[in-house]
Design a protein around this ligand. Sequence first.
Ligand code: ZN
Length: 283
Amino acid sequence: MTAARAARDGVPGPGQVPAPEPLPAAALDAHCHLDLIEQPAGEVLAAARAAGITRVVTVGVDLPSSRWSADRADPGGGVYAAVAIHPNETAAAAASPAQRDEVLAEIAKLAALPQVRAVGETGLDYYRDYASRAEQRDWFRAHIAIAKQAGKALMIHDREAHDDVLAILDAEGPPERVVFHCFSGDAAMAKRCADAGYVMSFAGNLTFANARALREAAAAAPPDLLLVETDAPFLTPVPNRGKPNTPAMVAHTVRCLADVKQIGVEDICALVTATGERMFGPW
Ligand SMILES: [Zn+2]
C-alpha cells in the first residue's frame, strides 16, 4: 500500500495508546500489517509479547509489501508472512495481461518460501471500486491456485461479497486451509463457513457497540474455527477505538470473544493458538 493509499484509507498516525492487560496465556494476531505501523516493528512485537501475543502474521497487499512481509518474517521469533495482491490493488498491480502473469509468478515464488504461511490477503471487495469485479475475481481465482500449489492457507478479504467469495471457492475447489480475515458476515454466513470448514478471524470491530450481528456470528461459529486479529494499523478495538492499532491490542478482542463465547479467556487463548497452528503452522 502506498503512503497516499494509506492516508486515503485512514491509517491512523502515531500516538500513545495504553497497553492492554496481559492475557493469562499466549495468543496470536492472525492478521496485521507491520509495515504500515508507525513504530518500529521490533518495539511493536515487544509490546505484543508483553500482552501475551507471541505470534503474528504480517500481511502483504501488493508486491512491495508482500516482499517486505516475506523479508521481515522470522518464524523463530513468532513472525509469519502472508503474500498477495489485495483485491483493491489488482488494477494498479499490472498494466497488461503479461504483467499480471509476472506479478502472480512472483507471488507464487514468495508463497513457496518457508516463512510465508498464507496467500493473502486476496478475495473480493465490492465496497470499493478500485478494480472491476471481473478483475478482482480473476486475481482471486489465481491466488486460490497459488495457495493450493504452495500448500499454504488462503487468507480471504471479503467485503460485501460473501456470495461471490463462497461461490468462487466452491467452483475452484478451496485449498485445505481457508481463513476469512476480518470476518464480516452474520450468523447465517458463519454457519455457511462452518459447513465448509472455513476459519473465521475476528478483528477489533467485534468490540464495537454497534457490532451485534458480528457478535452473533462469533457466537454461532464453532470454537475450533475461530481466530483473532487486529488488521493493525486499522480497526482498533474498544477501548482505544480511533487510535492507532498494534498487535498487542488483539488482547482486547480475545477478551471480547471469550465473553461472546462464554469460554474462559485462557481457554480462548488455547483455542486460537491451536487453530492458528492448524492454519499457519507448524510453528
Ligand atoms: Zn489487512
